[in-house]
Design a protein around this ligand. Sequence first.
Ligand code: PLP
Length: 459
Amino acid sequence: MSIAITDPASNEAALREAGSEHIFMHASPYRALAKDMGKRILVEGKGCIVKDIDGNEFIDALAGLWLVNVGHGRSEIGDAMAKQASMLAYASSTQATTIPAIQLATHLAEITPGDLGTAFFCSGGSEAVESAIKIARQYHYHNGEPKRQKVIGRRGSYHGATYGAMSVSGTRPNAEPYHSPFMHGVLHASPPYCYRCDFRQTFPACDLLCADQIEQMIQYESPETVAAVIAEPVSASNGIVIPPDGYWKRLREICDKHGVLLITDEVINGFGRTGKMFASEHWDLVGDILTMAKGLSSGYAPIGAVMCRPHVVEAFEGDNKLTHLLTYGGHAAACAAALANIAIIENEGLVENSAKMGAHLLEGLNGLRHHPIVGDVRGLGLIAGVELVKDRETKEKFAESSDEIKHLNDGLQERGLLTRANHIISLSPPLCITKDEVERIVSILDDAIGDLERTFGYA
Ligand SMILES: Cc1ncc(COP(=O)(O)O)c(C=O)c1O
């Protein structure tokens, strides 16, 4: 089928049909676009607002997929990419590098926590995690500990869709029927999810059992077989899980004690999302390896990076070359996009705005606790979650495929809010959000949750 895509408005039906036929949308059934299912054709955006092909406007309360930190429509990022692409878009990732790649790596060394100082570039978050795992394993090999191969992740965390990243993800049970066996040597510990503590304890009386469990796992497995622990400082996929005080200090100490590398996955957390440039800063945490993507370019170009501390990269000196190459690592136009994006974050005080608007958002969300089905509200900076329960005593969850959750998602979209809602409503809007927009998000949630309660008899 042939369609003219130069004038989308006049070809809406044809575009929808062609998109449905020819695009296999991620994490969706085939032809999801034609069946609607909440899938849309978006045509433009400005700040926190996006518009679809039918002219409907939405608040993009998830910043795309947790990444459009500077907001939509920043033409200066496009200009920077165009300028670099017209000069030199690409240089081999193994035989040469480019000026924007050097500038970006140098700036990342300045703004990442502690002495993280050397960047390995890639195209996104999964590749960053995949690369971090390989760097960690090879690091131990060169340090004379080739048996250190195992990686400990945490239940509920998400680290990506490629095989290694999927294997260390604590969401992998969803993939098990289709994609197992997973990468060998991966274990999963309990998350620091106080609202649903695996140990049925309460902080601080628990004395951080969830962190200590990781030490027990390392000891049980034998420390000399464990390469790394991987964890998001604030876990987004697990329902915006913000660890209690002392968790990160304890986990850092455990890793140091046993010679295990700590990989801090800041793919969502980084670049102002939590009200600091990197979430690690909330706890003076420095991972040995830090993964980043998403907010690195705010989605204007596909780029990710793995930041390494000196002791990590020093294992790769002399003949110890890293056995890992990605064609698009350090793509010059993508690095130019990241530089322009970081300049906006810094020059416009978006990290500070994230902290300020995040506090306002959290206050508003806490005001939703009067709803019987709101079980918990959590947030740090501009990443927040509202956890819904059928019953506050039993904390029974709504199933993702339930009529209630379908009704809620439809209700949010009808009211002009784009986000991801299952039993947890996730919020992660662009960092340029205004007070009015924050209040609009809260008011739409209030309305949609109330509607769900009345429709299904929870009021
Ligand atoms: C913490 C974390 N790590 C890694 C990834 C994978 O990133 P990507 O989808 O860019 O491959 C994600 C994606 O959401 C993520 O949330």
